[in-house]
Design a protein around this ligand. Structure first.
Ligand code: AHR
Length: 620
């Protein structure tokens, strides 16, 4: 096969700065019990909703009914989350030696690390003196990693009182729990119990290792917070931004009924905007447009949803003296966030009221914020949109062969309408398992096609980004983690090959591969911000089972301008197409980098079977 690359910029085209980003959905405990570092699950005992008795899961009681009686009631001081936990301690010196109380195992175990500090905050009230041991222990309550005793007279705790303490761990255990225990007879109420590592990204609450995995992708944008999570199976369970901002203790939390778990909404709208800023990525806010999976608001009644969206924009961008901008400022960010993109709903185009509702959002936002780019759920790639939009959403989940063949999906799409946002793509089903090499190769072929069509496709993101291995609601996902470990699937590593493409220059290239349509290749040139040097990157996917000898021939290039020294080759492959990574073998399928020899105007490389190869050629 021969790849002919025209190195002249005259025939080249700039790739949008925004092309490759990420889509973060609260699915698979991606945020709660994932990127959001809060260790306590169901910190306000609200998971069962507003009624009592409530669902306190995963909290459990320490001590049997001879010693302690635990119920929920509605005596919390927090108006939006009234449920509190009432512990009636029936024993004193007769209590078991370790006391009685409750424990929280976090999200399948808390990761506590030796030498690190954890801030524990809770609210308490009692009928008598308080003597409460706060401890981090092993999963069965044995082995104290850190503990402190909180004491107070009856008058100190006769009203709800906030308690804050910092625990320093003296040992490491990835499967720890937080205990609150006592041997003092009387009644104690607890509410809003939080345990946060002090060591989070910039102190912003993001788990460092998972944040770094995302930062390494150099995403140009982050679409959030869903997905179906935004829609809900029913509107009453949809993510609504106003319930996710303000002091964390006052957030009601909600049950995400599509992915079937409770979130305390510590990772709320503000934190998503902060995450975007920390990643240097443009936020793309997806909001509910009055449509869920099973119910819809009529267009004639959608105004409150439109106002909610406008208020959300004011929260993100408004003056710090404005109503919602002042809440943002009070939360610690007086400067506006750089919110320039919104998506009206998720996958709702086929719904009865979508178009009517969409138009209400479109005109209100266009009027109030003319610079905001508005994304429609309707796919404009096959037929032109019948409504105004700046971009349209395009989602694709399919088999490996189909995904690979979709590298040409945008070749014939009209260039006149709105731009495409491929906001969710992935190989799924048997070809993907929990993240196979096969899936990654097919997706790489698809993305090379996207890159070549980046005059019309302005953004693309894989989905889903994260999975907590203890709650696989969707397979596959790009980053797999538990309380203390993580790894990238082959699809994660594949995406890193595209990190330099944002804002790069796409060189005109053509591939001649006689008798084979299993090879796809492209060429870009870009300046590396780290070494300030200019490179040409050739990417080639070999989807076939035989090695290919690829000749690369450059036109309009000074024969001496490419350097062997400083040039390198990176290959993603593995002996078996269905190979996956795992906690035991996190880099079984990962890119391998080596030096490249014989670089020149006419050069050739062997592209291994079933591989994705990137050649980085240093230009003088
Ligand atoms: O990425 C998982 C789900 O797939 C998203 O929530 C939804 O938009 C799509 O159906």
């Amino acid at each position: 096969a021969t790849l002919t690359v025209n190195a002249s910029l005259a025939s080249a085209r700039r790739i949008p700065d925004t092309l490759f980003g990420i889509f973060f959905e609260e699915i698979n405990h991606a945020g709660a019990g994932g990127l959001w570092a809060e260790l306590v699950s169901n910190r306000g005992f609200e998971a069962g909703g507003p009624n009592t008795p409530s669902n306190i899961d995963p909290w459990s009681i320490i001590g049997n009914e001879t010693y302690i009686n635990v119920v929920t009631d509605r005596t919390s001081i927090f108006e939006r989350n009234k449920v509190a936990l009432r512990l009636e301690v029936l024993c004193d010196s007769t209590c078991p030696a370790d006391g009685v109380g409750v424990y929280n195992p976090g999200f399948w175990g808390m990761n506590i690390e030796q030498g690190k500090k954890y801030k524990v905050v809770f609210y308490a009230r009692s009928t008598g003196p308080l003597n409460l041991t706060v401890s981090l222990t092993g999963s069965n309550g044995v082995g104290s990693l850190a503990s402190t005793v909180i004491t107070g007279s009856a008058s100190d705790f006769s009203n709800w009182t906030k308690v804050e303490t910092v625990l320093e761990a003296k040992a490491t255990n990835g499967n720890s729990r937080l205990q609150l225990t006592t041997t003092t007879k009387g009644v104690v109420w607890l509410d809003q119990v939080s345990a946060m590592p002090l060591d989070t990204y910039k102190g912003h609450g993001f788990r460092n290792d998972l944040f770094q995995m995302v930062a390494d992708m150099k995403p140009s944008f982050i679409r959030f917070p869903g997905g179906c999570f935004v829609e809900g199976d029913y509107l009453r369970n949809a993510f609504r931004w106003k319930a996710s901002v303000g002091p964390w203790e006052e957030r009601p939390g909600h049950f995400g009924d599509v992915w079937k778990y409770w979130t305390d909404d510590g990772l709320g709208y503000y934190e998503f905007l902060q995450l975007s800023e920390d990643l240097g990525a443009l936020p793309i806010w997806v909001f509910n447009n009055g449509v869920s999976h099973n119910d819809e608001v009529d267009t004639s009644s959608v105004l409150p949803f439109v106002q909610e969206a406008l208020d959300g924009l004011e929260f993100a961008r408004g003056d710090p003296t404005s109503k919602w901008g002042s809440l943002r400022a009070a939360m610690g960010h007086p400067e506006p966030f750089n919110l320039k993109y919104v998506a009206v709903g998720n996958e709702d185009c086929g719904k009865k009221n979508y178009r009517g509702n969409y138009l209400r959002f479109y005109s209100a936002i266009r009027h109030a914020y003319p610079d905001i780019q508005i994304i429609s759920n309707c796919d404009g790639s096959s037929t032109p949109l019948d409504h105004p939009a700046d971009l349209y959403d395009y989602h694709i989940y399919t088999s490996a062969n189909d995904m690979f063949s979709k590298s040409t999906a945008f070749n014939r799409v009209t260039r006149n309408g709105p731009k495409a946002f491929v906001s969710e793509y992935a190989v799924t089903g048997n070809d993907a398992g929990q993240g196979s090499l096969l899936a990654a190769l097919a997706e790489a072929g698809f993305l090379i096609g996207i890159e070549k069509n980046s005059d019309i496709v302005n953004m693309a993101s894989y989905a889903p980004l994260f999975v907590n291995a203890n709650d696989r609601r969707w397979n596959p996902d790009a980053i797999v983690f538990n309380s203390f470990q993580h790894y990238g699937t082959p699809s994660y590593w594949m995406q890193l090959f595209f990190s330099e493409s944002n804002g790069a220059t796409l060189l005109n290239s053509s591939l001649q591969a006689t008798g084979s349509n299993s090879l796809i290749a492209s060429a870009i040139t870009w300046q590396n911000s780290a070494d300030k040097k200019t490179y040409i990157r050739i990417k080639a996917v070999n989807f076939g089972a035989s090695a290919v000898n690829l000749k690369i021939s450059f036109n309009e290039l000074d024969p001496n301008s490419l350097q062997s020294s400083g040039s390198s080759k990176t290959v993603l492959t593995s002996p078996n197409l269905m190979d996956e990574n795992s906690f035991l073998q996190p880099k079984k399928v990962a890119p391998i980098n080596s030096l490249l020899q014989n670089v020149g105007k006419d050069m050739s490389v062997t592209v291994p079977p079933h591989s994705f190869t990137s050649l980085d050629l240093l230009k003088e």
